[in-house]
Design a protein around this ligand. Structure first.
Ligand code: AMP
Length: 467
């Protein structure tokens, strides 16, 4: 996962890009970077770590110009090191070009081998660099045509912001896996992963970039192109953005994330009620669903766990030792809420199950809870994501290895229930034609996986078997 932002035609472009990245920090904490254009040259700053720790006033001063593109990253492909930080910049026959990418390509491995065989030298291990090689090799004349040609060869998830000396080009893949929104401040254009970035800089939300849309923004205005045959593909927006990834104050895919999460919690309450004294969330990601669960069941909502806000989203950090230590650093119990009580604990998802296990233990041993009933506001995650969410392999996904009762035992809860796959789609009643990607729950991968043929074959054989 990553967060991206682009600013075109604003005297404080780098500063605004910096603020957008701040708002998008939840989408990636490994590295942050901004590239600006002064109309003649691109200027780059990239660093490992958080936006606020690395980008300072002096940094912004060294990023002059009226347009800028920014990126926050956590690695789904490529290792966590500075050479893999974005925006990624190339100088080629067509000029200088920066790219910020959110998503994961599913044929980057194959394309990379092909490019290397014909002499390409790669600087990073990122799938994003493949796009830049394809652009540099295109024989088309205009930059937009080069970009469209490159994109016709890649598969998977890509929300992209490109910045050249004099234009910004914004792209969303035909399935629209990852969100990308457009805003304006006067005559300046803003592109960002989520609307929370627009809010911070007082930009007016204009619309979402549509799946398959290429938007060229330059001194002549804006031009929207849809080179991929319309209607040929159904969209596959990532439902996990609603469940966990996006910020609850954002609106993406046409809806408010907070309301969606609350709705998942209400649906979960309808499907899986339990006799209890108190509903508590695992903060922060479980909070809206717990409010929904409490509203629906009329069981009082309380904060039985308090989160330290001085620790990041520990799961995102790649080293397992940091992750395990992080649980203790991050959460503590409120005994007065829990002691002697039957507690319903709401979380948004179970991935490895290790965090939940520690929390359940903490609620009993430190908090004195009498019963701990775990309710998860999404179905069991059984399949890895190849479209940009950092989920582990099937071996590490607890729900791919164990059934619900086995997971309950592993975690140590008195009861464990998940939202059903049908329940997850409660909101689709409003607009049944919308399509979402739910491959992490169903194994139904809507875009081919040439780089991972074994898993694609396995998933499709299971689907055939089950229908
Ligand atoms: P665990 O109990 O170890 O399965 O951890 C589950 C927690 O990780 C949940 O509280 C989620 O909010 C969070 N989570 C789910 N998916 C991800 C992800 N892709 N990246 C980071 N955290 C996640």
């Amino acid at each position: 996962m990553c967060g991206i932002a682009g600013i075109f035609n604003h005297p404080e472009a780098s500063n605004l890009a910096y603020l957008c990245l701040h708002a998008l920090q939840h989408r990636g904490q490994e590295s942050a970077g901004i590239v600006s254009s002064d109309g003649v040259r691109l200027h780059t700053f990239k660093a490992m770590g958080l936006v606020g720790d690395n980008i300072r006033e002096e940094t912004i001063e060294k990023l002059p110009g009226a347009s800028a593109v920014g990126h926050v990253r956590y690695s789904t492909t490529g290792t966590s090191e500075i050479k893999n930080a974005q925006p990624f910049v190339i100088n080629f026959s067509g000029g200088s070009l920066a790219i910020a990418h959110n998503g994961n390509l599913t044929n980057a491995g194959i394309l990379r081998k092909e490019l290397e065989a014909s002499g390409a030298i790669f600087q990073s291990s990122m799938d994003t660099e493949v796009i830049m090689h394809l652009i540099a090799r295109s024989s088309k004349k205009e930059l937009i045509d080069k970009i469209m040609e490159a994109c016709s060869r890649i598969l998977g998830a890509y929300s992209l912001v490109f910045l050249s000396q004099d234009q910004m080009i914004v792209v969303r893949d035909p399935k629209g896996f990852r969100p990308l929104v457009l805003g304006k401040i006067g005559q300046s254009y803003i592109a960002a992963s989520e609307t929370c970035a627009l809010d911070l800089i007082d930009a007016q939300f204009e619309r979402e970039v549509e799946p398959g849309e290429f938007l060229v923004i330059n001194a002549h205005g804006t031009r929207s192109l849809k080179p991929f045959a319309s209607g040929a593909t159904k969209s596959a927006q990532c439902i996990f953005e609603y469940i966990y990834f996006a910020k609850p104050d954002s609106h993406i895919f046409g809806r408010g994330v907070y309301e969606m999460r609350k709705g998942f919690g209400k649906q979960l309450a309808r499907e899986e009620p339990v006799d209890a004294d108190v509903v508590i969330p695992i903060p922060d990601s479980g909070v809206p669903a717990a409010i929904g669960y409490s509203e629906e069941t009329k069981i009082p909502f309380q904060m039985g766990l308090i989160r330290s806000h001085y620790v990041g989203r520990t799961f995102i950090e790649p080293s397992p030792s940091i992750r395990h230590f992080g649980v203790k650093l991050k959460l503590n119990v409120v005994r007065d809420v829990l002691k002697g009580k039957k507690v319903v604990v709401i979380d948004d998802s179970i991935v490895r199950g290790t965090t939940c296990m520690k929390i359940v233990k903490m609620l009993r041993e430190k908090g004195g809870a009498k019963e701990v009933h775990l309710r998860i506001s999404s179905p069991p995650i059984k399949w890895p994501c190849f479209y940009g969410i950092d989920t582990p392999t099937r071996q590490e996904l607890v729900a791919a290895q164990k059934n619900v009762e086995e997971i309950r035992k592993f975690i140590g809860a008195d009861s464990l229930r998940f939202l059903s796959e049908k329940g997850l789609r409660w909101f689709k009643m409003q607009n049944p034609s919308e399509e979402f990607c739910d491959a992490c729950f169903t194994g139904n991968y809507t875009v081919d996986l040439p780089d991972s043929p074994e898993i694609a074959d396995y998933a499709s054989s299971l689907q055939k078997f089950s229908t």
